[in-house]
Ligand binder design. Structure first.
Ligand code: PLP
Length: 444
């Protein structure tokens, strides 16, 4: 066992049922982190590991930022908890105002959840209730996309397109249909940024899906502007615009799931701004607190919000919410995080470092088994040919070996994802891509 895998001998691994993990493998060969700072974890064995994934696409400001940590500690001592059901506390309103202030013009109301999964299910419920208020209660079907990831709640897995996340839970999910995914390495491999072909993949919404179900039965289309957990799939140029046009024409709401792309990943606060496409609802989480306290939410357009305020019966307009919606610690973390992004101009930094990152991703071209490299701003992936009879095995091995060498990246199927904190420097990128290239060379 490598010393990075050494756990404290007294630790009882059994009671903790770990999420999205092979418990049997992990508990035999654990990777345990003791602390983190900036771009690095420190393992329980005292070894530093470079965080090449902003720890699941979250830690945009870097680990344990003193400003964020300080704000959370101060808030915990001042107001630990306050319900948001017919009560409130100022910081939740301030957090909503601050998020709306950097959101695309017109997306100006914020509903808080605790996670991305809850944000997705909240957005889906908003879409259903919105159409009902409009007198179009038959609009109950959702359209997602193959290889889309929208969290793990029942609504989210209904619209998601990752088969493994759906299969164990039966066929009786929400009524949904799926667009084809946009990944086609045979036609578009090793593209830097958005491909110039493929926008017509959006047309099947109008040519196949709407005729099949009828627009009067469709509530919303939900997509990630850049699919993340499905393998980092960059949309072809013009694809999202086309989806917007078709949705508008047919009275269908467009939801962008920006749980990964929100808060700077593409060099703008939201991907909606980067692509110049205005959805009706945006889900967010992760970067909103730089991962420090669980927080998610939905940004709603004025038209959606006003429908509830004007057409709902007197009293509660939306019978939905979580005990911890607008939690004081999350609100404090959010405000401090947004302050940090602004003061350290971290979104602008993405634009500065993105060309260097792009070169690093594409430096993998030509290595053994590499069939695609792709990137957009500060998110990217390299894809390996599957090992015959063992899909995903090569990427998993690269992940494990890279960790042992002190670099954390994520295997997704046969791809390896890169998504560093926005504070990343060139020397970190050199180390990350150098270690990954070295391990790719070794893997059979
Ligand atoms: C696009 C997207 N939506 C939703 C989620 C779910 O977020 P959470 O794990 O916070 O529930 C994720 C998580 O990675 C995500 O990437």
């Amino acid at each position: 066992m490598n010393d990075l895998h050494t756990a404290r001998p007294t630790l009882d691994f059994e009671p903790y049922w770990m999420p999205f993990t092979s418990n049997r493998t992990f508990k035999h060969s654990p990777r345990l982190v003791a602390s983190a700072q900036g771009m690095h974890f420190t393992t329980v064995a005292g070894k530093r590991v470079l965080d090449g994934l902003a720890t699941l696409w979250c830690v945009n400001a870097g680990h344990c930022h003193p400003r964020i940590a300080g704000a959370i500690a101060a808030q915990a001592a001042k107001l630990d908890f306050c319900s948001s059901f017919s009560l409130g506390h100022p910081l939740a309103f301030e957090a909503a105002r601050r998020i709306a202030a950097i959101a695309p013009e017109g997306l100006d109301h914020v509903f808080f959840t605790n996670s991305g999964s809850e944000a997705v299910d909240t957005a889906l419920k908003m879409a259903l209730a919105y159409h009902r208020l409009r007198g179009e209660g038959s609009r109950t079907r959702f359209i997602g996309r193959e290889r889309g990831y929208h969290g793990v709640n029942l609504g989210g897995i209904s619209v998601s397109g990752v088969p493994a996340n759906r299969k164990a839970f039966g066929g009786n999910l929400l009524a949904a249909d799926h667009l084809r995914h946009t990944h086609d390495p045979a036609a578009r491999a090793f593209v830097r940024g958005a491909a110039s072909t493929g926008a017509d993949l959006a047309d099947e919404l109008e040519s196949r899906i709407i005729p099949l179900h009828d627009a009067s039965n469709i509530a919303a289309v939900i997509v990630e502007p850049v699919a993340g957990a499905g393998g980092v799939l960059v949309p072809p140029a013009g694809y999202l615009q086309r989806l917007r046009e078709i949705c508008t024409k047919h009275g269908i709401l467009l939801i962008f799931d920006e749980v990964i792309t929100g808060f700077g990943r593409l060099g703008r606060p939201f991907a909606s701004q980067f692509f110049g496409v205005m959805p009706d609802l945006v889900t967010f989480a992760k970067g909103v607190t730089s991962g420090s306290v669980p927080l998610g939410g939905v940004l709603a357009s004025r038209a959606v919000y006003d429908m509830f305020m004007n057409a709902a019966a007197p009293g509660i307009e939306l019978f939905h919410g979580y005990t911890y919606s607008g939690h004081p610690l999350a609100a404090a973390a959010c405000v401090a995080t947004l302050d940090t992004y602004a003061e350290e101009t971290l979104f602008e930094r993405v634009n500065e470092i993105a060309p260097y990152f792009e070169d690093g991703v594409h430096s993998m071209k030509g290595l053994p088994h590499v069939v695609d490299c792709r990137n957009l701003k500060l998110i990217g992936a390299v894809e390996l040919a599957p090992r015959p009879g063992a899909p995903g095995a090569r990427a998993l091995e690269v992940f494990a070996r890279a960790w042992d060498r002190g670099v954390y990246v994520r295997p997704i199927g046969d791809s390896i994802a890169f998504c560093p904190p926005l504070i990343v420097e060139r020397r970190h990128l050199d180390e990350m891509f150098g270690v990954v290239a070295q391990t790719i060379r070794e893997v059979q």
